[in-house]
Design a protein around this ligand. Sequence first.
Ligand code: RB5
Length: 159
Amino acid sequence: MSHAPLSPSTILIASDHAGFELKEMLEAELRRMGYDVDDLGPETEASVDYADYAHPLAQRISDGRATRGILMCGTGLGMSYTANRYPNVRAAVAWTPEIAALAREHNDANVLVLPARFVGVAEGRQILQAWLDTPFAGGRHTRRVEKIERTTHSHEEIG
Ligand code: RB5
């Protein structure tokens, strides 16, 4: 396994068995678009545990080795629960292009999570495109996103 820093354009991708087919399709799509893709597995459709694939991807985003990642499982939930345990990882489950765009615009989502059993290939492509195309809006959303990392909270801070 290489520990060299990834290029800023590299997109990490991983799934479990339920997301495997969609992962393969979106990976090919990303390569067609010119992105470097680092596929963290799995390599076959055999049954696996989603956390075994979410942890390595989220760790790399959290420590800055990569800036963007895509995860897929049946509902998107197990992958998002796992990835969101890591500091500075904002993993958004998106099942429409509008949610993916808002996850970027308002929440600066650096990990896109797709519920593979509930989105078809065409929808998956559109959701991915929206997430890739939409910039973070900044402004008031910066303050809100920064507050996500806090482990304590006081009511005086509510503005
Ligand atoms: C696998 O059957 C399924 O539980 C998994 O893909 C995911 O939906 C979990 O959150």
